[in-house]
Design a protein around this ligand. Sequence first.
Ligand SMILES: *[C@@H]1O[C@H](CO)[C@@H](O)[C@H](O)[C@H]1NC(C)=O
Ligand SMILES: *[C@@H]1O[C@H](CO)[C@@H](O)[C@H](O)[C@H]1NC(C)=O
Ligand SMILES: *[C@@H]1O[C@H](CO)[C@@H](O)[C@H](O)[C@H]1NC(C)=O
Ligand SMILES: *[C@@H]1O[C@H](CO)[C@@H](O)[C@H](O)[C@H]1NC(C)=O
Length: 421
Amino acid sequence: MKDLRVSSNPFPFSIYKQRPVFVKLVVSLLLLGLAFRLFSSHSFNYSSAVDAPAAISLPPAASTPTSQKAESKCDLFMGKWIPNPSGPAYTNNSCHVIQDHQNCMKNGRPDSGYLYWRWTPRDCNLAMFNAERFLDLMRNKSWAFIGDSISRNHVQSLLCTLSQVEPAEEIYRDEEDKSKAWRFSTHNFTVSVIWTPFLVEAEILEDNNGLSTSDIRLHLDKVDEKWSSQYENFDYAIIAGGKWFLKTTIYYENDKVIGCHYCDGRNLTELGFDFAYRKALKMAFNRVTSAGRKSVAFFRTTTPDHFENGEWFSGGTCNRKTPFMEGEVEVKDVDRILHEIELQEFEKAVAVGSEKGIILKLLDTTRLSLLRPDGHPGPYRKFHPFATDKSAKVQNDCLHWCLPGPIDSWNDLLMAMIVDC
Ligand SMILES: *[C@@H]1O[C@H](CO)[C@@H](O)[C@H](O)[C@H]1NC(C)=O
Ligand SMILES: *[C@@H]1O[C@H](CO)[C@@H](O)[C@H](O)[C@H]1NC(C)=O
Ligand SMILES: *[C@@H]1O[C@H](CO)[C@@H](O)[C@H](O)[C@H]1NC(C)=O
Ligand SMILES: *[C@@H]1O[C@H](CO)[C@@H](O)[C@H](O)[C@H]1NC(C)=O
């Protein structure tokens, strides 16, 4: 067995004692509403949105920070998925870093239409990722992907594309196989992935199945050393956060409990995941804008999931075979809230960074990812799940992306943003 140890529950929004996440979301939204009312003097008025029963469309591109817009010729993130007859740059047979749970071809996913699309911005041409050119630009340089399992998903996509030109050699892996590094020796180029799902210091206790054995303790005033201690080693970093913030978590500041999220029965103040996400992003951006080295920092926005007819724990699936058209889908409340916080904190960080000559760029993949319900492993996160029983009940993954798959387009965007630097 490949030792890519991944828990049988692939989702960061698993919760303590397996209580249904649905209840948690409802509770968190209710509490959010409350929290916002209590702190409404503070700033943003979400309460109307939070009270709304249904999902709400992402705001139009006008919400993209203006600094970002001014620096690029067009909004790369507004557009649509168009047919791409040439298909993916690699296959499951030509890339050896694809994690089993995302290796949809190998796992027997029968349809392949999802491989033949590419993202095209409305107002400009987006060139396809050019691995040779990218490697040439990256001679003597290093990259870090900093975040959760979606960052790992992304790094594997990039490595697969690059390894069609030069094979990646693994040079580091941590004990848990979560943080890794690879080298492209003829280009003297290093790529790292650093697993830090909260970006700030977290004590996470899980059993072998990825279920919490104790509440997560999150230190909102301490940036996670795992990435912070190495940050100056990198020329480029892609930082991301997201769904882990929905879990049951106890919040600390100055090593003292200040409150919690989804923690009924613990006699603590519910502060809401939005509170913690904003604090964590502030800490992360503060680290980036006070760095001793002028690295280029990308912030990648949250990734929406596509569970339908249920959630991950209640038989939710994602059986669609084609992308959505713009307007055919609405973002879920939780993703919208995460995304809004990201845009707000990013914009503040850009202002601070620009005074110090530190470049920050927004990789705003939320909307274009929302349009790809067809790109997830679904039941094919396991090897031939229906081989012995055609109607087997199988845990679906509607969050991570098949490789190859839609996430490969994120590299087209990265390339455009690097060339634009
Ligand atoms: C790739 O997928 C095909 C099915 O599409 C399968 O026959 C083959 O064994 C897979 N190879 C690897 C290395 O995963
Ligand atoms: C890469 O580093 C080597 C050795 O330090 C140097 O000779 C070369 O010019 C560098 N190349 C680039 C593109 O920076
Ligand atoms: C590789 O790149 C580093 C800078 O990242 C440079 O210091 C070193 O000399 C390079 N090595 C070679 C063999 O080019
Ligand atoms: C809850 O906390 C408050 C204040 O810290 C304390 O006065 C109260 O006794 C606690 N209640 C329980 C049930 O522990």
